[in-house]
Structures are given as C-alpha cells and as structure tokens.
Design a binder for this molecule. Structure first.
Ligand code: NAD
Length: 364
C-alpha cells in the first residue's frame, strides 16, 4: 500500500513530538513493506507567522491531496492577543474539521497497568487500569449553533449560544459508536442532560432506536452529564464506549484524559464521511493535549500521544491493524520498562522527548 499523508506539526511542542512520530511511522511501514509519501506544512501560529493565515491555502491543498492528516497542536501565548476569530486553534483546527466534515472525535482513554500510579484516582478504585473510548460529536451543538451578543434597550447585555441537533447527525455518530463498541466490550453509555434539554431527549430517542434496529448485540445505558462527571472519577472502569454531544464531550474527554494519567499519553482521531483512495475513512489524527508552552523547547514533552495518533491513523484510515498494534505495544513496552518522560515518571528519573522516541523505536 502507498500511504500519502499531510503532516501539520503546528506550534511549541508540536514539532518536537512530531519529530519523534515521523520515524516511528517510517519504521513500521518499512518493516511491513508499505511505502510512505508525506509532506510537512505550516498550520496555526506557524501559518500566521509564515503565510499570514492560520490555515494557509497550500496547507489545505496538501490535506485535500492526502489520504489522512497527521496533526500536532496549535496556539500559545505568542498569538493570544489576536482577536478570538484569528486565534490559531479557532482559525485552523475548526475550519479543518468543518472543511473535511470531521463529525466524530474518537478518543481512547487507556490507563496502562504500569501507569496506574500516574492517575489521580486511588489505585484500589482502578485495579485493572482504565480502558474506555469517548466518542464526541464534533460539528454540531453549541459550538456551531447561531450566536449573538446584543445590548438591550435597558443597557443590559445579552449573549446567546444555540444548541441544535438533527436526527441524521445523531444517527451517523451513533453508527461510529456502534462500530467502536463492536470491536470492544459491546457497551455504550450515552451521556446527556435529558431531564432539561430538548436536544438530549432527541439524542436518547435516536440512539435508542438506532441500536435497537441495527445493533441488538450492543447494550446501552443512559447517564446524565453531572453524574457522568462524578462516575468518571469514582469508578472509571465501568465505562466502555462513552457517546456524547459536542460540549459535554469536550469537557468529559479531558476529565477522562486526566483519569488516565497524562495528556501526554492520549491520542485522538477526528473522522468524517469522506473515503480516501484506499476505501477507508479520511481522518485527522492528533494528540489530545495542546501545545504545552510551559515545557516547549526543553526536550520535556511526552511524545507518546503523537506516536499513538500514528497508530490510530494506520488503523482507521488505512486498515493497518497489525502495524497500529505494533506501535501501541512498543509504547506500552517502553513505559513498562520504566522509560518515562517527566509527566509520567512520578518523580523518578525521567528521560527527554528524543530519548523516549529512541526507546519506542528500539522496541518497535
Ligand atoms: P495543554 O494541553 O497545552 O497543557 C496543559 C498541561 O498539560 C500543561 O502543563 C502541559 O505541560 C501538559 N502537557 C500537554 N501535553 C503534554 C505532553 N505531550 N507532554 C507532557 N506534558 C504535556 O493546554 P493549555 O496549556 O490549556 O493550552 C496551551 C495552548 O494549546 C493554547 O494556546 C491552546 O489553545 C492550545 N491547544 C491546542 C489544541 C490543539 O491544537 N488541538 C488543543 C488544546 C489546546
């Protein structure tokens, strides 16, 4: 197979962790006889600095021509004085999601047994680690509904965000959750606020009907977002696939990442309806965390999230399961051998980004 990938490292730690992920990708493909063609492009702050635009036309063009996008992360203090609409994340990542109709964010929350002590959760509450996947709707809800800020006649100021969902939007993300659950423990938990929100009532009905009609092998549970936030720290092991709308998923998936130890270990996939040249889903793959300006340029960032995003890409956009698994096992073995960056070292001696990358490569 010939893989064509657009690589967008972004800002601060983005290029540092991408420099680790690229050799891992090259190495695993070389070993399995596949060929790789990739090009590297500016995005986010780097796009603003070098092209006057967070999502330069040349970058978008390269993404269009590729089978998948490998993304780093964007933004940081250098650009935070720009108007909100021009901020790197808002002006590059959101348009990319919109352009490629990436409506499903799939974020695995895996706490390896060897890393249980890095979780803020008491070890006796998670004797078997944590293994769940959060499926977040990504292009609807409050973040994309109509917005306005109005000064009223009496001088008061009113701001409005609108939450809109259609049956068809809920059905397509439910199908992603069903496919994910089928490859796992076959249980979906729908997180909503159906006691208050109309959209949540629709979610419950559509998800329930869809599973009943197309996936009787899957069990379904409903939970309110407030209780879900509690259960995520009380008993995270109870979750298999967590399905939810955009804003709840934004918050809950970060909570999940913290429960699982470190943002530096969490990768995510944003998937759409488009099919690439290999008949697989076009997608954008990135670490769950941001640009970590506090540790950038110091060889301190954990590259595992970026490396694991390569595994997600090989699995979802190319169907290369064995290669994806090989990368995941190499990361797991590195951590099990006690080789860890500062965020997961628990105070013990840590290695730097580059050494962590070498250790992963050596175990691939
Ligand atoms: P952040 O995720 O960058 O950092 C939060 C904390 O996690 C920091 O202490 C950081 O050092 C740590 N961390 C994150 N990734 C790490 C890694 N790989 N290894 C070790 N530690 C890691 O969140 P923030 O500080 O709120 O945001 C910084 C910038 O990143 C902001 O400009 C924000 O807009 C941007 N951001 C971008 C994305 C994206 O591109 N998808 C996502 C989130 C935040």
């Amino acid at each position: 197979m010939h893989l064509k990938i657009a690589i967008l490292p972004g800002d601060y730690i983005g290029p540092e962790v991408m420099a680790v992920a690229i050799p891992v990708l090259e190495n695993v493909l070389k070993k399995s006889g596949h060929t790789l063609e990739y090009s590297v492009h500016d995005v986010g702050g780097a796009g603003i600095d070098n092209h006057g635009k967070a999502l330069p036309d040349s970058t978008l063009e390269a993404c269009r021509a590729a089978d998948a996008i490998l993304f780093g992360s964007v933004g940081g203090p250098k650009w935070e004085k720009l108007p909100p609409k021009e901020q790197p994340e808002r002006a590059s990542l959101l348009p990319l999601r919109k352009h490629f109709r990436l409506f499903a964010n799939v974020r695995p929350g895996l706490l390896l047994k060897n890393l249980i002590e890095t979780s803020p959760i008491r070890p006796d509450r998670i004797p078997n680690g944590v293994d769940m996947v959060c499926i977040r709707e990504l292009t609807g809800g409050l973040y994309f509904g109509a917005k306005s800020t109005t000064t009223l006649a009496d001088g008061d100021i009113e701001a409005i965000d609108t939450m809109v969902y259609r049956k068809s939007e809920i059905e397509r993300i439910t199908d992603v959750a069903i496919a994910t659950a089928r490859a796992r423990r076959k249980h979906i938990t729908l997180v909503d606020k159906a006691n208050v929100l109309e959209t949540s009532v629709l979610w419950r009905k559509v998800v329930g009907d869809r599973i009943k009609a197309t996936a009787p092998d899957i069990t379904l549970a409903f939970i309110y977002i407030d209780n879900a936030a509690m259960q995520m720290v009380l008993k995270p092991g109870q979750f298999d696939v967590v399905l939810t709308e955009n804003m709840f998923g934004d918050i809950l998936s970060d909570e999940m990442a913290v429960v699982c130890g470190s943002l530096g270990m969490m990768a995510s996939a944003s998937l759409g309806m488009d099919i690439n040249r290999h008949g697989k889903g076009y997608g954008l793959y990135e670490p769950s965390g941001g640009t970590a300006p506090d540790i950038a340029g110091q060889d301190k960032a954990n590259p595992c999230a970026q490396v694991l995003s390569v595994a997600l890409m090989l699995r979802h956009s190319f169907g290369l399961e064995a290669e994806a698994k090989a990368i995941e096992l190499a990361v797991e073995k590195t951590v099990a051998d006690g080789i860890r960056t500062a965020d997961i070292a628990g105070g013990a001696k840590a290695v730097g980004t580059k050494a962590m990358g070498q250790a992963i490569l050596a175990r691939l």
